[in-house]
Design a protein around this ligand. Structure first.
Ligand code: HEC
Ligand code: HEC
Ligand code: HEC
Ligand code: HEC
Length: 372
């Protein structure tokens, strides 16, 4: 094992000493498998089923896996368009959509492929896993678009019916009780949707791609080693922003500040989780390993500074987990275990956080003029 980053660099900062004021909901650590949605209706109707889903969602532990977009369950953006035309309109103007047509024409892409001995962007599964959305057609995987709705919100086959069901055909949003809404969002999450109920899931989508966890791609192909200046508020509130439902349905408003505070902290924790995961893949001390380890250490330092004033219990747990990490090559088992612990605390924070209590985060938020 070779050191990729000196831990002392960030550990030298004083740790928060006063009592942490936020309390989080502590639940026993349970790890359960969800039944297939086809069997779910009857199961959910039972009292045990409801308890089961509640434990599953609150503990977050069963979701310790990084997110993927299962090609068997991809419906494509066309199936969202009839109800979410405004969101589709925004998305079509973003690099996430445009990369589908543009990547194979980009000379930098051909250069990367050439260095890696790949025939072309569309014919190798290395590039299409991140730049495109794949759908199963017969026994083949077909790239169907760029990075799509489902790349961020989860492949939709199992949740599309549930996520907007206010309680039967004639029910409207206005009729829906708060309990029904909570249950609906919880069920959608259990069926694989990454919605606003757990912002950590959406943030995980971004960081899974934006840390570029592929040593060969970076060291041999010369691909950039992740988006170094990624920060969730800045990167989600600019041109990729689509926020119609929560304003008046017409305007694409910036999220309210209470939401942005939560988003900022969630983004930082997820960045630390995925930089730690990326470091776990490092086998040599060259561009890739150094970049991802430096990013992890830098993010931890930012979180530490933030928590000196914000004093968030879950962030403290995240930092304590990371403090055990040795940012070295060939240290996969330890780093993955630590990343899983960071994820657990991040999800607890995302579900429990109340933005109203987080004014201390405000000085860290980017200005609107900095939104990407
Ligand atoms: C038949 C109409 C319809 C279709 C089709 C549809 N949606 Fe929705 N969607 C809605 C409605 C209505 C809401 C608002 C639900 C509410 O009030 O919570 C919603 C809410 C959402 C939300 C926000 C949930 C939250 O509160 O965080 C996301 C994300 C979303 N849809 C994604 C999608 C995606 C992706 C697709 C395509 C795969 C899709 N929807 C297809 C009607 C639809
Ligand atoms: C793990 C995810 C991932 C994989 C795999 C991946 N990319 Fe990327 N790629 C990204 C991300 C994220 C960006 C955007 C970075 C940014 O703008 O900060 C990007 C950007 C690019 C760019 C634009 C660079 C620039 O300077 O704007 C090119 C060209 C590119 N990728 C080519 C490829 C090729 C060719 C492959 C396959 C050999 C590939 N990528 C595989 C995630 C990936
Ligand atoms: C499936 C992989 C993937 C996911 C998920 C993803 N991105 Fe990206 N993102 C990319 C790639 C690849 C590019 C570069 C596309 C190109 O230029 O060819 C990119 C580009 C961007 C850009 C434009 C960067 C620039 O330099 O202008 C922004 C902003 C962005 N992503 C934000 C986000 C946010 C916020 C999320 C999560 C809410 C997210 N992305 C989720 C892969 C992903
Ligand atoms: C790059 C990742 C990414 C992509 C691609 C993406 N979303 Fe989202 N989506 C987000 C984020 C982040 C939020 C905001 C979450 C929050 O503030 O709680 C969001 C919020 C939403 C919402 C609720 C807010 C609103 O618009 O009213 C809906 C509905 C939605 N997305 C639908 C879609 C649809 C449909 C597509 C495809 C056309 C899509 N999203 C593509 C990341 C993405």
């Amino acid at each position: 094992m070779k050191r990729l980053h000196k831990r002392e660099d960030w550990l030298a900062l004083p740790r928060p000493s006063s009592r942490l004021r936020r309390l989080s909901l502590k639940l026993p650590h349970v790890s359960l498998k969800l039944p297939h949605p086809a069997q779910c209706a009857a199961f959910l109707a039972s009292a045990f089923g409801q308890l089961f889903v509640a434990i599953f969602l609150l503990s977050g532990s069963a979701l310790a896996q990084p997110p993927q977009c299962d090609p068997d369950k991809v419906l494509t953006w066309e199936s969202c368009a009839k109800c979410h035309a405004s969101e589709v309109g925004v998305w079509k103007q973003t690099p996430h959509h445009q990369t589908f047509d543009e990547l194979s024409r980009d000379p930098r892409a051909s250069e990367i492929c050439q260095k890696m001995g790949l025939r072309s962007v569309k014919r190798s599964d290395v590039c299409i896993n991140c730049h495109f959305t794949l759908k199963t057609k017969g026994d083949k995987l077909k790239p169907v678009s760029g990075i799509s709705c489902e790349s961020c919100h989860g492949a939709a086959a199992d949740w599309i019916e549930e996520h907007n069901d206010y309680g039967g055909n004639s029910a409207t949003k206005e009729d829906e009780t708060e309990e029904h809404r909570d249950q609906r969002l919880a069920n959608s999450t259990a069926y694989g949707m990454r919605n606003t109920r757990d912002l950590y899931l959406i943030a995980s989508s971004c960081l899974h791609c934006h840390t570029v966890p592929n040593e060969e791609l970076v060291n041999i192909g010369g691909h950039m080693a992740g988006s170094d200046d990624f920060e969730l508020v800045r990167w989600s509130q600019g041109r990729v922003r689509h926020n119609f439902l929560r304003s008046d349905g017409q305007r694409n408003a910036v999220s309210p500040i209470e939401r942005l505070r939560v988003m900022y902290v969630v983004g930082m924790i997820a960045d630390l989780e995925f930089s730690t995961r990326a470091t776990a893949e490092a086998t040599e001390t060259s561009t890739y390993g150094l970049a991802v380890a430096t990013r992890a250490a830098r993010t931890a330092k930012k979180l530490l500074k933030l928590n000196q004033v914000a004093q968030i219990e879950e962030v403290d747990a995240v930092l304590n987990a990371f403090a055990e990490a040795s940012l070295s090559t060939n240290n996969e088992a330890q780093l993955i275990e630590i990343a899983d612990r960071i994820r657990q605390s991040g999800q607890e924070f995302a579900v429990n956080a109340d933005g109203e209590d987080l004014q201390a985060v405000d000085p860290f938020l980017p200005n609107e003029s900095e939104y990407k």
